[in-house]
Design a protein around this ligand. Sequence first.
Ligand code: RP5
Length: 205
Amino acid sequence: MTTVQDLIDRLDAEAAADADPATTPDVGIIMGSDSDLPVMEGAYDALADLGFAEQTDFDDAPAERFTYESYVVSAHRTPELMYAYGETAAARGLDVVIAGAGGKSADLPNMTASIAYPIPVIGVPVQEKSVDSVIGMPTGAPIVAVDAGKSYNAALSAAQVIAREHDTVEDRLVALHEDQKAGVADVSAALHDRGLAGFRERDDA
Ligand code: RP5
């Protein structure tokens, strides 16, 4: 069984490895519990839509240039792991972290933002009641955050950060936006041209 100390040792070893940044995960996704996964899956979806691959082995990068990793890290149950993740983020080659947590004490995003600084952290309140604890940071302690449940947008924001250095990611963001525009136009025309009944039939098909 893997212990918290095993994971901390792993992160420390990876940080010390001085790996080529082209082979390290670009985005780190962390969440307070695996019960957050259904909400956090939007982030995985967006990164997949942008051609990012999941990296499950730090020492064996996928062929895709842009990658992400994910871990469960609980601010309250495994504070040592949260500290280690935030502290090693830069040395492990992460450019940006997406952190999601639920409940009223959703402290993983805000604490990770403080520990990983200046690596940007994008907070995802997993529930509506988590919004205040994610975004409520004091002056001088920044966090970027999305609305409750909007993990897809969190990943788009993460890609926007990476796109400042990588034209390929910028091009993919623009193409995704164009796809969304085309999708709205297609739906708009279908609703108008088929009328409500015809549109519903198309939806049922
Ligand atoms: C938070 O507590 C987690 O982010 C999760 O949203 C919530 C409940 O966690 P579990 O009790 O389901 O593990 O820290």
